[in-house]
Design a protein around this ligand. Sequence first.
Ligand SMILES: NC(=O)c1ccc[n+]([C@@H]2O[C@H](COP(=O)([O-])OP(=O)(O)OC[C@H]3O[C@@H](n4cnc5c(N)ncnc54)[C@H](O)[C@@H]3O)[C@@H](O)[C@H]2O)c1
Length: 278
Amino acid sequence: MKIGVIGSGIMGNGIAQVIATSGYEVVLVDVNYDVLNKAKQTIMKSLEKLAQRKQSILVDKILSRIEFTIDKNHLKNADVVIEAIVENIVVKRTLFQELDELCEEKTILSSNTSSLLISEIASVTNRRDRICGLHFFNPVPLMNLVEITGTEETSSETLAIAEKLVASINKESIHVKDTPLFVVNRLLVPLICEAISLVDEGTASVADVDKGMLLGANHPIGPLRLADMIGLDTMLHIAEALYIKTGDSKYRVPELLRRKVETGELGRKSGRGFYQYA
Ligand SMILES: NC(=O)c1ccc[n+]([C@@H]2O[C@H](COP(=O)([O-])OP(=O)(O)OC[C@H]3O[C@@H](n4cnc5c(N)ncnc54)[C@H](O)[C@@H]3O)[C@@H](O)[C@H]2O)c1
């Protein structure tokens, strides 16, 4: 199978890497060659790191399976295209419309969206039976799960191909209905928001909330440190999506999260969030 990945940022380059590592030919598309070169460097460094532990990782061979291009026409005969561009419904819809017209009939179009409904994206195409969600987790080379989402119109053949693809790249999958935030983020985002509210209310310090979950629930990372890792702007975006899409007041967004984003404290990427990073 030939796999297309569109968007070569944090998620797209990781997805291209794991798919090429499993022997597939990959076409990785982005808007310009600066971004694509950066993605190539990221993939190379990641593969070199993995190769130190695993002899079967042949960096040059894996890289040679990835075509880095700005030309979407190269996606035309792909069996599956995985979209990993910006989280914006208008931009994603425009792209899906374009891909629907461009790609052969066999091509399955999928999205790695975190907070949009797959049906919202699929509705602009004429191949709604061949559209699904393939939600990978960050960092892709290390995280073993992919959530597979079908809409009411996704065919069972499409879901079977998606499941087979995920298994063939050595990842586990779970099947999820097309609902706000799917399963993992639906559980994780309220947990993080509740942790932020506990700090805002003065119930416990940042360090103690995290320590509580590390030692009391055996979580590998505290919720506030995890929020810093995800990025507080991204967290805010996803938390707002959950609140707006469900309309349920239990998902209200904590004020402290808004204040942090407003003052530029975005977590690890800005050097400061709930923790300070040197
Ligand atoms: N970052 C995460 O932890 C994470 C986890 C799971 C899912 N996601 C989802 O994955 C998707 C991508 O997120 P990301 O963090 O990799 O974003 P990112 O900003 O790192 O990368 C997005 C890339 O898409 C490119 N792009 C934008 N518009 C394009 C277009 N029309 N055609 C081709 N390329 C285009 C940009 O140049 C950029 O390189 C989003 O839908 C996000 O919700 C993100």
